[in-house]
Design a binder for this molecule. Structure first.
Ligand code: SF4
Ligand code: SF4
Length: 343
């Protein structure tokens, strides 16, 4: 029998005092630019390899320390194959090819990189189920960072919905956290091998792979690369996989052809749905849009989300609960809502 769904609106989860005390004096929502009507570049707030680079350094150290607690989770990150870690030199000779040919070749490389989920769900047998390209924009690059490379190849790595849904504070069986770790490791492999291949073709390349955040905010890059629409829960909704995927990327100066954003009615769906807002234990998901660095969009309260994220070794309740993430459901919803959008 399924456990009864708890209504968090009546009694939201409250962070332990010792975690609340680690929140920076400035709200994470202020750092993220909630309420700001003018565009500006994002500021690094969390998940930097060097905690001193971010505003919420004390909280980040505490969260990383807790995540290192469960032995099984620590080992999945520490001992996994994440592909070539040291960049090979950029080859001096470039094979003659135009942007269309190079675009086809880099996408084929990503799609054909062998790997994939051991259980075959629901991927393609490669290390990434989604690949798209965007011309890199400065407003995606964190303040004080940047490579100057003009393109970004974005990859989407699908998660097992059943494992993702098992969010728990139990350090012996952090199932959802392990699933996320496994998929970030796949993302690291595809990003690192793709960067290596691009360098072997005579172009510069810089990989990005979670859980660490590098110089680039990958969500707007993935939206521009055609991965889908921004959902109320702050993650992308894809027309095939819903929100059950992670991102990796490679910045490059290889001349490529950018994809177009994809719009199929998910934003409209979100305005009529409150599944994620009701499912979020600390009530961190705003039910309405607001201005965020010059863009009117959905937003999540950082100060409420991260303490619960810490409690459960990486909460993903909102993306697992989203109706679009149920395996097999997104294509049907996309067909229906795209049709409604055109009427
Ligand atoms: S649960 Fe509903 S409101 Fe939340 S992101 Fe998914 S579709 Fe949008
Ligand atoms: S990750 Fe968890 S705490 Fe954060 S917004 Fe989603 S459901 Fe809420």
């Amino acid at each position: 029998m399924k456990p009864a769904r708890r209504d968090w609106r009546k009694a939201p989860w409250v962070a332990p005092a010792e975690i609340s005390a680690l929140l920076a004096p400035v709200s994470g929502n202020t750092i993220n630019g909630v309420g700001e009507t003018k565009p500006r570049r994002p500021r690094q707030i969390f998940w930097a390899r060097n905690a001193d680079d971010v505003t919420h350094a004390d909280l980040l150290r505490a969260v990383v320390g807790r995540f290192n607690g469960p032995k099984v989770l620590h080992e999945v990150y520490a001992h996994a194959d994440r592909g070539p870690r040291r960049p090979v030199p950029v080859a001096e000779a470039r094979a003659p090819a135009d942007a269309a040919q190079l675009t086809a070749r880099v996408k084929a490389f990503v799609r054909n990189l062998p790997g994939g989920r051991p259980d075959g769900y629901p991927g393609t047998g490669s290390e990434a189920e989604l690949v798209g390209i965007a011309a890199l924009r400065e407003e995606w690059v964190y303040e004080g960072k940047g490579s100057g490379l003009p393109f970004v190849v974005v990859m989407g790595i699908v998660m097992d919905h059943a494992r993702l849904s098992q969010v728990t504070p139990d350090p012996e069986h952090p199932v959802s956290a392990l699933e996320v770790a496994d998929q970030y490791n796949r993302g690291a492999r595809v990003a690192n091998y793709t960067a290596q291949w691009i360098r072997e073709q005579g172009y510069d390349a810089r990989p990005h792979a979670g859980p660490w955040v590098g110089s680039l905010n990958l969500i707007p890059a993935a939206l521009a690369a055609g991965f889908g629409e921004m959902g109320k829960h702050g993650s992308i909704i894809n027309r095939t996989f819903g929100s059950s995927f992670r991102l990796a990327a490679v910045e490059t100066d290889m001349p490529l052809m950018a994809d177009r954003p994809d719009s199929f009615g998910a934003d409209d769906f979100c305005t009529r749905c409150r599944v994620c807002t009701d499912a979020c234990p600390p009530q961190a998901i705003s039910p309405v849009k607001d201005w965020v660095r010059g863009e009117h969009k959905w937003w999540v309260d950082f100060d409420k989300c991260i303490p619960y994220f810490n409690e459960t070794y990486g909460c993903g309740i909102c993306i697992a609960a989203c109706p679009w993430s149920t395996p097999g459901r997104a294509p049907k919803l996309a067909a229906t809502w795209a049709e409604r959008k055109e009427q």
